[in-house]
Write a protein that binds this ligand. Structure first.
Ligand SMILES: *[C@@H]1O[C@H](CO)[C@@H](O)[C@H](O)[C@H]1NC(C)=O
Ligand SMILES: *[C@@H]1O[C@H](CO)[C@@H](O)[C@H](O)[C@H]1NC(C)=O
Ligand SMILES: *[C@@H]1O[C@H](CO)[C@@H](O)[C@H](O)[C@H]1NC(C)=O
Ligand SMILES: *[C@@H]1O[C@H](CO)[C@@H](O)[C@H](O)[C@H]1NC(C)=O
Ligand SMILES: *[C@@H]1O[C@H](CO)[C@@H](O)[C@H](O)[C@H]1NC(C)=O
Ligand SMILES: *[C@@H]1O[C@H](CO)[C@@H](O)[C@H](O)[C@H]1NC(C)=O
Ligand SMILES: *[C@@H]1O[C@H](CO)[C@@H](O)[C@H](O)[C@H]1NC(C)=O
Ligand SMILES: *[C@@H]1O[C@H](CO)[C@@H](O)[C@H](O)[C@H]1NC(C)=O
Ligand SMILES: *[C@@H]1O[C@H](CO)[C@@H](O)[C@H](O)[C@H]1NC(C)=O
Length: 564
């Protein structure tokens, strides 16, 4: 068997030389089992045996294994391949746990009945780098200053990986001045794997605050790998400040107002100077509160970062105010008929709207009391309002007066049996009404100083009735004569009726008299004619009348008989 191998070896040498030009190259993965194919894609020939060997570094050939037809493969290697090689069903060489040392030429030798074929294959072993990481990062960046931002490392690759840098996902390249990218590749002596390191020196600006920096490793074995993002704080001086007035709505007297100063530097200024009405106040924060502002607070306010007086912001503060006065207040008591002056004074930072109400009803204009009436009594409210401010003033007006009876009258009750006396009075406070007689009395509502009192009575005799109205201020009395006779009053009324209708009645009387005379003439005429025609007519008539009665009697009797 050994001899055979030897002889075949001699053959192979020449064949190898012939085929070297068409050397196939395959890539295997580091650390994995690498399959080196035998026939290079050609259909498998019918072979007696297959042998795998490789080119040693010194140029000599190293045997790996041999597989005879229908037999198990036997390992020939004694070196590092002794435990790592095997052959697959389709004659491929399997190399376990590939390393860079396996980057050699492997040759498959196929011996058939008539020929010896060799298939040399060049093996390359590749490895993807580990995920790149950014290390040695800067604590912060300074605006406009070239600073080493960090290093990106992509470890253990073959071939070496390329590293690129991105800011917010956009790749940027070095320009040698503002951005300098320095890449180095180190090869590990033991494994032969390459580690790529890329250092980024970067000149930051304000816009780089919170920007996401990442690096990317590119490798022929597949998709790019990206590092985790890093952000950096960029230090820059304050160039601008803003002054904010923190208050809801228009500022008014009595409010507290906070001024907030904000510089655009990073880090922000530690403190600010506030210029309050020309007075400088230094605070170690960014706010200053004005408590209980007044109209005097109105003015121009400024602030600037401590130590940077040239960076200033200013804001005008306007405090609204509303001063009002009303000449009347509390409870105002006046006599009816007097005059009362109502004067309003107002001084405000803007237009003032004034509205009046009396007992919750809106009044069109300011009330005037030139001659007080009872109806003027009431609760008066005056509302003043201007931007953000409003005030109200009120007074209660009470109009007083001695009661006066305006009217004392009598009426006949509807049934004609009672009399109703009516006493109408005016006065304030509400007068009490007293009658000099007993009776069912009825009092109206007391409105605008007026009251009406009624009493229902049955006069048994001629009376003089008095109505007395009184309050704290005085009283008034009036009397009325009431007769006991309803008829007497009726007669008076009838008499009045007669006198009223006397013309018509005279005509009627004349008419009746004429009518009666005519009737008498007619009767006389008829009688005269009758007596002249027959003097016995009277008896005839009498007989006839008697006969008639007799006849009717007879008739009645007959009727009764018929019924029986
Ligand atoms: C050899 O066979 C294996 C499966 O046994 C297959 O994965 C591989 O692709 C084959 N190789 C060639 C060169 O045909
Ligand atoms: C080599 O492969 C054969 C099957 O092709 C298997 O039976 C044998 O165990 C393998 N030997 C080693 C050392 O892996
Ligand atoms: C790496 O960079 C070099 C030069 O910039 C380039 O030629 C090569 O193709 C790159 N490799 C990959 C995998 O991108
Ligand atoms: C203003 O601030 C003072 C003191 O902090 C407080 O007593 C007062 O109630 C505040 N006034 C208003 C209107 O918030
Ligand atoms: C404040 O008012 C003054 C005078 O009315 C004016 O000159 C100044 O520009 C105002 N300032 C601001 C910030 O509006
Ligand atoms: C209104 O108020 C302002 C500020 O208090 C004051 O200067 C002015 O004299 C007042 N005007 C009147 C008419 O009272
Ligand atoms: C009214 O009635 C009371 C008791 O009913 C009586 O004492 C009084 O004398 C009466 N007054 C008049 C004026 O009739
Ligand atoms: C009441 O007065 C009328 C006249 O107004 C008189 O005729 C009558 O007699 C008087 N009656 C009594 C009871 O005094
Ligand atoms: C009431 O009657 C008296 C006499 O009885 C008389 O003097 C008086 O004038 C009358 N009063 C009125 C208001 O009619």
């Amino acid at each position: 068997m050994h001899s055979t191998v030897c002889c075949v070896g001699a053959f192979v040498l020449s064949v190898t030389l012939l085929q070297v030009s068409g050397l196939e190259t395959i890539v295997g993965l580091y650390g994995e089992t690498i399959e080196v194919p035998c026939y290079g894609g050609a259909p498998a020939p019918v072979s007696l045996f297959i042998k795998w060997k490789y080119d040693k570094d010194d140029g000599s050939a190293g045997d790996l294994l041999i597989k005879k037809k229908d037999e198990q493969a036997s390992i020939l290697a004694t070196d590092q391949y002794k435990d790592r090689v095997n052959i697959s069903g389709n004659a491929s060489l399997l190399i376990a746990q590939g390393t860079l040392q396996d980057q050699k030429t492997f040759t498959c030798m196929v011996v058939t009945e008539s020929d010896v074929l060799t298939y040399p294959v060049n093996l390359l072993v590749h490895k993807k780098p580990s995920q790149p990481t950014i290390t040695d990062t800067a604590e912060d960046l300074e605006n406009g200053k070239l600073t080493t931002l960090g290093k990106c490392i992509a470890k253990d690759a073959n071939p070496a990986a390329n590293i690129t840098w991105s800011r917010n996902g956009k790749v940027f390249a070095g320009d040698g001045k503002m951005i300098i990218i320095t890449s180095t590749v180190e090869v590990d002596e033991a494994t032969g794997l390459s580690t790529t390191t890329s250092q980024l020196q970067y000149t930051a600006s304000r816009g780089d605050m919170a920007a996401k920096f990442t690096c990317r490793a590119q490798h022929i074995l597949g998709p790019d790998q990206e590092s985790k993002p890093n952000t950096f704080s960029v230090r820059y001086p304050t160039e601008k400040v803003s002054l904010q007035v923190l208050s809801k709505g228009p500022l008014k007297e009595g409010d507290n107002v906070t001024l907030k100063c904000k510089g655009d530097g990073n880090p922000p200024p530690a403190g600010y100077n506030f210029y309050i009405k020309g007075k400088k106040v230094t605070v170690n924060s960014d706010t200053y509160t004005l408590v209980d502002v007044t109209r005097e607070t109105t003015g121009d306010y400024k602030c600037s970062p401590i130590g940077e007086d040239s960076v200033v912001a200013s804001e005008n503060l306007t405090v609204s105010f509303l001063d009002v006065s009303l000449s009347l207040s509390g409870t105002v008591v006046r006599k009816v008929g007097e005059s009362v002056a109502v004067t309003v004074q107002k001084n405000a930072s803007g237009e003032v709207k004034v509205t009046w109400t009396k007992d919750d009803d809106k009044l069109g204009k300011q009330p005037r009391f030139d001659k007080l009436k009872y109806a003027d009594s009431g609760n008066y409210v005056c509302e003043f309002s201007t931007a953000g401010l409003s005030q109200r003033r009120s007074f209660k007006l009470v109009v007083e007066g001695v009661p006066v009876i305006r009217k004392l009258d009598k009426q006949r009750g509807e049934d004609g049996k009672h009399k109703v006396l009516i006493c109408e009075a005016e006065g304030s406070p509400k007068p009490s009404v007293l009658w000099s007689i007993n009776g069912t009395s009825e009092e109206s509502a007391y409105v605008n100083g007026k009251i009406t009192h009624k009493i229902v009575m049955v006069p048994t005799e001629n009376l003089t009735v008095s109505c007395t109205v009184s309050n704290d201020l005085g009283q008034d009395v009036k009397v009325i004569n009431v007769s006991s006779l309803f008829k007497e009053e009726e007669k008076i009324m009838e008499r009045q009726d007669q006198t009223d209708d006397s013309g018509d009645q005279a005509k009627l009387i004349v008419g009746i008299v004429v009518g009666l005379l005519l009737a008498a003439v007619v009767v006389g005429l008829v009688y005269w004619i009758y007596t002249k025609k027959s003097k016995q007519g009277t008896w005839k008539t009498g007989e006839k009348e008697a006969g008639t009665s007799e006849e009717s009697k007879k008739l009645e009797e007959n009727n009764h008989k018929a019924e029986v």
